[in-house]
Write a protein that binds this ligand. Structure first.
Ligand code: NAD
Length: 254
């Protein structure tokens, strides 16, 4: 009989880059990986916003450092990743950019597409270069959304960007499989964070919650199993997929 091995043990000693890690889900993912022995680099535009988070991870016994990075800026991305190799990339930085399509300005459209789609591509491309050079390959997890699969009112640019992320994930998985690089998308449903808590307490927010088959919002920690699966050897034969964690929202009744 073989001894049962703990899932995700291989993460210990690996290195990861988490973009948009100054708060919300990115910070949660960085803490999660650090608690599994991953040396985590937290990236965001303002390094000062990351330093407290890195100290907190170090105090909890983890290893973390801050990196200034604007995912929309190719110069910033190549400078940040030129000398750094990561085993894992969590492509999490994103903005919402809500507004009715008829009133959406070109600048708002560009901001959402540049951050959510071009940013994911630029960082994946630069990180994959390092994964290839190291000879160890790696795992890329793109944080998409259930709005990449279905739509709602007022989120045209966001939904288009996230649908692009899902399709980009498949294209990169196909091209990079031979380099030992796996690329998958994680599609969260509505997850309660500091940013949306107030909205979900309102009547329109509660109406939305009632349309989720499980009749509740998700919690950040309910993404942990999926993220660790896609980032670790437990997911070694999984590439090009998008995994929804949404309380059944995508299968809600039409
Ligand atoms: P958030 O606003 O709390 O975090 C987004 C992070 O991205 C912030 O740290 C922000 O500083 C960073 N960021 C924005 N633009 C950047 C840029 N140009 N360069 C570098 N960093 C940048 O939002 P969140 O809810 O934690 O969302 C994280 C990811 O999860 C996003 O991609 C979002 O679309 C996705 N998502 C969230 C939910 C949810 O319910 N919270 C659901 C589905 C998908």
């Amino acid at each position: 009989m073989t001894t049962a091995r703990a899932f995700f043990d291989d993460l210990h000693g690996k290195s990861a880059l988490v973009t948009g890690a100054s708060g919300g889900l990115g910070l949660h993912f960085a803490r999660l990986l650090a608690s599994h022995g991953v040396n985590v680099t937290l990236a965001a535009r303002r390094i000062a916003a990351l330093e407290g988070a890195c100290r907190g991870i170090a105090e909890a016994g983890g290893a973390a450092q801050a990196l200034g990075l604007d995912v929309t800026d190719p110069t910033s991305v190549s400078a940040a990743l030129a000398e750094r190799h990561f085993d894992i990339l969590i492509n999490n930085a994103g903005i919402s950019g809500a507004g009715r399509a008829a009133d959406l300005s070109e600048a708002d459209w560009d901001a959402v597409i540049d951050t959510n789609l071009k940013g994911v591509f630029l960082v994946a491309q630069a990180a994959a270069r390092g994964m290839r050079e190291s000879g160890r390959g790696g795992a890329i997890v793109n944080i998409a959304s259930i709005l990449g699969e279905r739509v709602a009112g007022g989120v045209s640019a966001y939904a288009a960007s996230k649908a692009g992320v899902i399709q980009l994930t498949k294209a990169l998985a196909l091209e990079w499989a031979r380099d030992g690089i796996r690329v998958n998308a994680l599609c969260p449903g509505y997850i309660e964070t500091d940013i949306n808590r107030d909205f979900f307490a309102t009547e329109p927010g509660q109406q939305l919650v009632r349309r989720i088959p499980q009749r509740r919002l998700g919690r950040a920690e309910e993404l942990d199993g999926a993220l660790l699966l896609l980032a670790s050897k437990a997911g070694s034969y999984i590439t090009g997929t998008s995994l929804a964690v949404d309380g059944g929202h995508l299968v809600s009744s039409l």
